[in-house]
Design a protein around this ligand. Structure first.
Ligand code: B4P
Length: 192
Protein backbone atom coordinates (compact mmCIF):
# COMPACT_ATOMS: atom_id res chain seq x y z
CA UNK A 1 0.00 0.00 0.00
CA UNK A 2 1.22 3.49 -0.80
CA UNK A 3 2.50 5.34 2.26
CA UNK A 4 0.28 8.26 3.11
CA UNK A 5 1.34 8.76 6.69
CA UNK A 6 0.54 11.39 9.30
CA UNK A 7 2.87 12.13 12.20
CA UNK A 8 1.11 13.58 15.24
CA UNK A 9 2.52 14.39 18.66
CA UNK A 10 3.11 17.21 21.12
CA UNK A 11 5.71 19.87 20.37
CA UNK A 12 9.10 18.32 21.07
CA UNK A 13 7.90 14.72 20.70
CA UNK A 14 10.35 14.29 17.81
CA UNK A 15 8.05 14.77 14.83
CA UNK A 16 10.49 16.74 12.69
CA UNK A 17 13.38 14.54 13.77
CA UNK A 18 11.58 11.30 12.92
CA UNK A 19 9.86 12.63 9.78
CA UNK A 20 13.26 13.22 8.15
CA UNK A 21 14.42 9.69 9.01
CA UNK A 22 11.22 7.82 8.16
CA UNK A 23 10.94 9.71 4.89
CA UNK A 24 14.36 8.36 3.81
CA UNK A 25 13.63 4.81 5.00
CA UNK A 26 10.22 4.63 3.32
CA UNK A 27 11.17 6.63 0.22
CA UNK A 28 8.40 9.24 0.47
CA UNK A 29 8.73 13.02 0.81
CA UNK A 30 8.30 14.51 4.28
CA UNK A 31 6.11 17.59 4.40
CA UNK A 32 6.35 19.65 7.58
CA UNK A 33 3.88 22.51 7.89
CA UNK A 34 6.11 24.03 10.59
CA UNK A 35 9.11 23.98 8.22
CA UNK A 36 7.10 25.51 5.37
CA UNK A 37 5.90 28.30 7.68
CA UNK A 38 9.45 28.92 8.99
CA UNK A 39 10.83 29.11 5.43
CA UNK A 40 8.16 31.68 4.57
CA UNK A 41 8.88 33.68 7.72
CA UNK A 42 12.57 33.72 6.82
CA UNK A 43 11.84 34.88 3.26
CA UNK A 44 9.31 37.45 4.54
CA UNK A 45 6.63 36.27 2.12
CA UNK A 46 3.00 37.38 2.70
CA UNK A 47 2.31 33.89 4.14
CA UNK A 48 5.32 34.21 6.43
CA UNK A 49 4.25 37.66 7.62
CA UNK A 50 0.82 36.25 8.52
CA UNK A 51 2.21 33.13 10.20
CA UNK A 52 4.94 34.79 12.27
CA UNK A 53 2.82 36.44 14.95
CA UNK A 54 0.86 33.23 15.58
CA UNK A 55 3.97 31.06 15.74
CA UNK A 56 5.83 33.43 18.04
CA UNK A 57 2.85 33.38 20.43
CA UNK A 58 2.62 29.57 20.35
CA UNK A 59 -0.77 29.72 18.61
CA UNK A 60 -1.82 27.77 15.55
CA UNK A 61 -1.77 29.63 12.25
CA UNK A 62 -5.43 30.08 11.13
CA UNK A 63 -6.98 27.05 9.45
CA UNK A 64 -7.85 28.75 6.15
CA UNK A 65 -4.23 29.85 5.63
CA UNK A 66 -2.83 26.45 6.66
CA UNK A 67 -5.34 24.46 4.62
CA UNK A 68 -4.66 26.44 1.43
CA UNK A 69 -0.94 25.93 1.89
CA UNK A 70 -1.30 22.14 2.37
CA UNK A 71 -3.77 21.79 -0.52
CA UNK A 72 -1.19 23.44 -2.81
CA UNK A 73 1.59 21.20 -1.53
CA UNK A 74 -0.43 18.00 -1.90
CA UNK A 75 -1.24 18.91 -5.51
CA UNK A 76 2.46 18.65 -6.46
CA UNK A 77 3.73 15.75 -8.59
CA UNK A 78 6.22 14.44 -6.03
CA UNK A 79 3.52 13.37 -3.56
CA UNK A 80 1.57 11.26 -6.05
CA UNK A 81 3.31 8.10 -4.84
CA UNK A 82 3.00 8.89 -1.17
CA UNK A 83 4.00 11.32 1.56
CA UNK A 84 4.63 11.74 5.24
CA UNK A 85 2.84 14.75 6.71
CA UNK A 86 4.48 16.15 9.84
CA UNK A 87 2.37 18.50 11.96
CA UNK A 88 -0.84 18.48 9.91
CA UNK A 89 -3.72 18.18 10.61
CA UNK A 90 -3.73 19.85 14.02
CA UNK A 91 -7.39 20.93 14.25
CA UNK A 92 -10.74 19.44 13.38
CA UNK A 93 -11.27 21.69 10.30
CA UNK A 94 -7.82 20.57 9.10
CA UNK A 95 -8.91 16.91 9.43
CA UNK A 96 -11.94 17.73 7.27
CA UNK A 97 -9.81 19.56 4.69
CA UNK A 98 -7.36 16.68 4.42
CA UNK A 99 -10.26 14.25 3.92
CA UNK A 100 -11.53 16.53 1.16
CA UNK A 101 -8.15 16.78 -0.58
CA UNK A 102 -7.53 13.02 -0.48
CA UNK A 103 -11.13 12.22 -1.40
CA UNK A 104 -10.81 14.36 -4.52
CA UNK A 105 -7.69 12.36 -5.42
CA UNK A 106 -9.50 9.06 -4.74
CA UNK A 107 -6.89 8.16 -2.14
CA UNK A 108 -6.79 7.83 1.62
CA UNK A 109 -4.37 7.67 4.53
CA UNK A 110 -2.40 4.51 5.22
CA UNK A 111 -1.43 5.23 8.85
CA UNK A 112 -1.43 7.88 11.57
CA UNK A 113 1.56 7.67 13.90
CA UNK A 114 1.16 9.31 17.30
CA UNK A 115 4.57 9.94 18.87
CA UNK A 116 4.11 9.93 22.62
CA UNK A 117 6.30 11.83 25.08
CA UNK A 118 5.51 13.27 28.51
CA UNK A 119 5.49 16.97 29.32
CA UNK A 120 8.72 17.04 31.38
CA UNK A 121 10.63 15.39 28.54
CA UNK A 122 9.30 17.63 25.77
CA UNK A 123 9.84 20.82 27.76
CA UNK A 124 13.41 19.80 28.47
CA UNK A 125 14.05 18.92 24.77
CA UNK A 126 12.62 22.23 23.57
CA UNK A 127 14.58 24.27 26.12
CA UNK A 128 17.72 22.45 24.94
CA UNK A 129 16.82 23.32 21.32
CA UNK A 130 16.27 26.95 22.40
CA UNK A 131 19.83 27.03 23.77
CA UNK A 132 21.23 25.52 20.55
CA UNK A 133 19.09 27.11 17.83
CA UNK A 134 17.24 30.03 19.43
CA UNK A 135 13.91 29.35 17.73
CA UNK A 136 11.56 32.23 18.56
CA UNK A 137 8.77 29.91 19.82
CA UNK A 138 11.02 27.92 22.17
CA UNK A 139 10.84 30.13 25.28
CA UNK A 140 9.47 28.33 28.34
CA UNK A 141 6.18 30.32 28.48
CA UNK A 142 5.52 29.79 24.79
CA UNK A 143 6.45 26.09 24.99
CA UNK A 144 3.93 25.57 27.82
CA UNK A 145 1.26 27.43 25.86
CA UNK A 146 2.00 25.31 22.74
CA UNK A 147 1.52 22.20 24.87
CA UNK A 148 -1.85 23.49 26.18
CA UNK A 149 -2.97 24.22 22.62
CA UNK A 150 -1.84 20.74 21.52
CA UNK A 151 -3.71 18.91 24.30
CA UNK A 152 -6.82 21.01 23.77
CA UNK A 153 -7.04 20.99 19.96
CA UNK A 154 -4.85 18.26 18.49
CA UNK A 155 -4.65 15.32 20.93
CA UNK A 156 -8.43 14.65 20.66
CA UNK A 157 -8.05 14.16 16.89
CA UNK A 158 -6.21 10.89 17.49
CA UNK A 159 -9.49 9.35 18.70
CA UNK A 160 -11.03 9.97 15.27
CA UNK A 161 -8.11 8.23 13.55
CA UNK A 162 -8.30 5.40 16.07
CA UNK A 163 -11.97 5.00 15.18
CA UNK A 164 -10.92 4.68 11.52
CA UNK A 165 -8.42 1.94 12.45
CA UNK A 166 -5.42 4.05 11.37
CA UNK A 167 -3.79 4.99 14.68
CA UNK A 168 -0.36 3.62 15.66
CA UNK A 169 0.79 4.79 19.11
CA UNK A 170 4.58 4.87 19.39
CA UNK A 171 6.74 5.62 22.43
CA UNK A 172 8.85 8.67 21.51
CA UNK A 173 11.24 8.37 24.47
CA UNK A 174 14.82 7.17 24.25
CA UNK A 175 17.43 7.28 21.50
CA UNK A 176 16.43 8.81 18.17
CA UNK A 177 17.48 5.57 16.39
CA UNK A 178 15.36 3.45 18.74
CA UNK A 179 12.32 5.63 18.15
CA UNK A 180 12.82 5.31 14.37
CA UNK A 181 12.94 1.52 14.68
CA UNK A 182 9.71 1.58 16.70
CA UNK A 183 7.95 3.72 14.11
CA UNK A 184 9.13 1.49 11.25
CA UNK A 185 8.04 -1.64 13.14
CA UNK A 186 4.62 -0.12 13.81
CA UNK A 187 4.23 0.79 10.12
CA UNK A 188 5.09 -2.79 9.19
CA UNK A 189 2.53 -4.09 11.67
CA UNK A 190 5.19 -5.60 13.94
CA UNK A 191 5.18 -5.31 17.73
CA UNK A 192 7.43 -2.40 18.78
P1 B4P B 1 6.37 22.49 14.35
O1 B4P B 1 7.43 22.89 13.42
O2 B4P B 1 5.59 21.26 14.01
O3 B4P B 1 7.11 22.39 15.76
P2 B4P B 1 7.06 21.38 16.97
O4 B4P B 1 5.66 20.98 17.31
O5 B4P B 1 7.89 22.01 18.05
O6 B4P B 1 7.75 20.07 16.54
P3 B4P B 1 9.19 19.85 15.93
O7 B4P B 1 8.94 18.90 14.83
O8 B4P B 1 9.90 21.06 15.57
O9 B4P B 1 10.06 19.30 17.11
P4 B4P B 1 10.61 17.88 17.31
O10 B4P B 1 9.49 17.27 18.07
O11 B4P B 1 11.10 17.13 16.11
O12 B4P B 1 5.33 23.69 14.58
C1 B4P B 1 5.76 24.99 14.93
C2 B4P B 1 4.60 25.98 14.85
O13 B4P B 1 4.13 26.09 13.47
C3 B4P B 1 3.33 25.63 15.62
O14 B4P B 1 3.40 25.98 16.99
C4 B4P B 1 2.27 26.49 14.83
O15 B4P B 1 2.33 27.84 15.19
C5 B4P B 1 2.73 26.36 13.40
N1 B4P B 1 2.05 25.25 12.72
C6 B4P B 1 2.67 24.12 12.22
N2 B4P B 1 1.76 23.29 11.67
C7 B4P B 1 0.54 23.89 11.83
C8 B4P B 1 -0.80 23.52 11.51
N3 B4P B 1 -1.08 22.35 10.91
N4 B4P B 1 -1.81 24.37 11.81
C9 B4P B 1 -1.56 25.54 12.39
N5 B4P B 1 -0.33 25.95 12.75
C10 B4P B 1 0.72 25.14 12.48
O16 B4P B 1 11.95 18.06 18.12
C11 B4P B 1 12.09 18.91 19.22
C12 B4P B 1 13.49 18.81 19.82
O17 B4P B 1 13.65 17.54 20.44
C13 B4P B 1 14.63 18.93 18.81
O18 B4P B 1 15.63 19.75 19.35
C14 B4P B 1 15.14 17.51 18.65
O19 B4P B 1 16.53 17.44 18.36
C15 B4P B 1 14.85 16.91 20.00
N6 B4P B 1 14.59 15.48 19.94
C16 B4P B 1 13.83 14.83 19.02
N7 B4P B 1 13.80 13.51 19.28
C17 B4P B 1 14.55 13.32 20.43
C18 B4P B 1 14.89 12.18 21.23
N8 B4P B 1 14.46 10.94 20.92
N9 B4P B 1 15.66 12.36 22.32
C19 B4P B 1 16.08 13.59 22.66
N10 B4P B 1 15.81 14.72 21.94
C20 B4P B 1 15.05 14.59 20.85
Amino acid sequence: MTDRILLIGPPGAGKGTQAARISVKRGVPAISTGDIFRANVKDETPLGLTAKSYMDAGEYVPDDVTNDMVADRLAADDVRDGFLLDGYPRTSPQVDELDKILGAQNTGLSAVVELQADTDEVVSRLLARAREQGRSDDTEDVIRHRLDVYYEQTAPLTREYERRGLLLEVNGLGDVEDVTERVLAALDGKPA
